[in-house]
Design a protein around this ligand. Structure first.
Ligand code: TRP
Length: 345
């Protein structure tokens, strides 16, 4: 019988540059929702961020900004845990163990690494390559069972499962001998759902909305004010056809599909509901409604983020408290891992 583990949610967001609508609809909305059904741990993954160069002052600012975004979006850091990764040394420690569990062949298959490294593979950091092992350590340090992530992280999560599986098998006898039963790490499940798990660029429906896109018109940032949001929606790329009345009509119309998906996700409706209302109509009408909705939903979040980042001491205190509580759990796991592996401690 498969051993049962206490349900626990873990996820991470990198503190690199602006958070945008894609981060919000693809991940944070889900984080907020899961608080009602699960214990949740949400991590600002600063160790992941430095796998590519980060300006130190900007990094500090981004760590506080992501924390502020979590809180402004409705994550409760008292009921759950919000912290930054570098304050809990077990992440790095467990990642080393996983460097020795994961196989080179597994990492060589990671498509995100291939994309990020591009042609300059000789010149990217070793950390960028080993990044999925650190992500596995983030999850397994808490023996988390559920991981809300965007589509793009699915492969990394499969790797985290492979690592758990191999650890459980390789050390099976030791795990049992130390009284942990048949398996020490659960195989974490990805939670990838909703009408807008993949929010696309407002300038090109084939590209993901991204903080690294050169055009700020390609994305809606969580801190954009009402004017900026309205203008970006108005200028969003569309096609000359009116909106279809059925979801099937969105096929091969990536820009229309994206905007309808965003509207649906912001309104907690299905795309089909949205098309019932706007199908057959012009984009201009729909865009006005979308801009109003986006301003209503995101405006208060942006305002709250701006308020929160003005008091860095308060944010830092939240992160310290979260890190302390996270450490207590991760230290237990690490102690057991040391026993299982055979270290003296
Ligand atoms: N790699 C994730 C991203 O870039 C962030 C992340 C790091 C993460 N560790 C994690 C997500 C653990 C889920 C669980 O979006």
């Amino acid at each position: 019988m498969a051993p049962s583990f206490k349900p626990l949610v873990f996820s991470g967001v990198q503190p690199t540059g602006n958070l945008h609508l894609g981060n919000y609809l693809g991940a944070i909305v889900k984080f907020v929702e899961l608080q009602n059904s699960h214990d949740c741990i949400y991590c600002v993954v600063d160790l992941h961020a430095i796998t590519v160069w980060q300006d130190p002052a900007e990094l500090t600012k981004s760590i506080r900004e992501v924390t502020a975004a979590f809180i402004a979006c409705g994550i409760d850091p008292k009921k759950h845990i919000v912290f930054n990764q570098s304050q809990v040394h077990e992440h790095a420690e467990l990642a080393w163990i996983f460097n020795c569990v994961a196989r080179l062949g597994w990492l060589n298959r990671m498509t995100q690494f291939k994309e990020k490294a591009g042609k300059d593979r000789e010149n990217v950091s070793v950390g960028l390559y080993a990044y999925p092992n650190l992500m596995a350590a983030d999850i397994h340090a808490y023996r988390a069972t559920h991981v809300p992530v965007g589509e793009d992280q699915k492969q990394h999560l499969e790797l985290a499962r492979d690592i758990a599986q191999k650890f459980n098998t390789d050390f099976g006898a030791s795990i049992a001998a130390h009284g942990f039963g048949e398996a020490f790490f659960p195989l974490p499940e990805p939670l990838i759902q909703g009408p807008a798990t993949r929010v696309m660029s407002l300038r090109d429906g084939a590209k993901k909305m991204s903080k690294s896109d050169a055009s700020d018109y390609s994305r809606i940032n969580l801190t954009d004010d009402a004017d900026a949001i309205a203008q970006k929606v108005r200028k969003a790329k569309t096609d000359p056809e009116p909106l279809p009345s059925e979801e099937k009509g969105l096929e091969k119309r990536p820009e229309a599909d994206n905007l309808v998906g965003i509207y649906a996700a912001l309104h907690n409706k299905t795309k089909s509901d949205v098309l019932n209302e706007f199908g057959g109509g012009q984009f201009s009408t729909f865009k006005t409604a979308l801009a109003d909705l986006a301003v209503a939903k995101l405006g208060p979040i942006g305002a709250e983020m701006k308020r929160l980042v003005q008091d860095p001491a308060h944010i830092d205190a939240i992160l310290r408290d979260g890190s302390r509580r996270a450490s207590a759990i991760a230290a237990e796991t690490m102690k057991a891992v040391k026993d299982i592996v055979g270290f003296v401690h």
